[in-house]
Design a protein around this ligand. Structure first.
Ligand code: AMP
Length: 127
């Protein structure tokens, strides 16, 4: 199934400069900014600048340069934000939500970097 990208989503507006963000890092292909509603002391969203809806859309349709750049930015930020478990932090969680079952709110692919405090169990089992 092909995804239809909605250019009116919140992150598209941030990329166009129509909405503000607290920028953490920017490259030719990638933007990182603070989540407006952080769930831990560190909560950064990392997004491609291109119009991709989910992880599977991004990895199927983005260029190698866009994909490598986004994942390298995430790695670099774990060190810069001092949450790298291999560096001077205590670890972090990467999350991407996709579609209805993933409970994705904003239909522009993004990775959450969450840390600065314990993240708890991965996901609760259904009762
Ligand atoms: P998701 O459920 O993975 O789509 O999560 C979307 C995330 O975007 C949530 O954590 C929101 O708090 C965050 N968010 C929504 N609007 C904004 C905004 N204008 N600036 C920064 N983060 C936002």
């Amino acid at each position: 199934m092909a995804y239809e990208y909605d250019p009116e989503n919140v992150f598209a507006k941030i990329l166009r400069g129509d909405l503000p963000c607290t920028k953490v890092h920017e490259t030719e292909h990638t933007l990182a900014f603070n989540d407006i509603n952080p769930v831990r002391p560190v909560h950064v969203l990392v997004i491609p600048k291109g119009p991709y809806v989910t992880y599977d859309d991004f990895t199927a349709n983005a260029s190698d340069a866009e994909i490598v750049d986004l994942f390298r930015v995430i790695g670099m930020l774990t060190r810069q934000l001092k949450v790298s478990a291999a560096g001077d932090g205590e670890g972090y969680r990467l999350i991407t939500n996709a579609g209805e079952h993933g409970v994705q709110e904003v239909p522009h692919f993004h990775m959450h970097i969450i840390g600065g405090a314990g993240c708890g169990p991965m996901i609760k089992r259904d009762a």
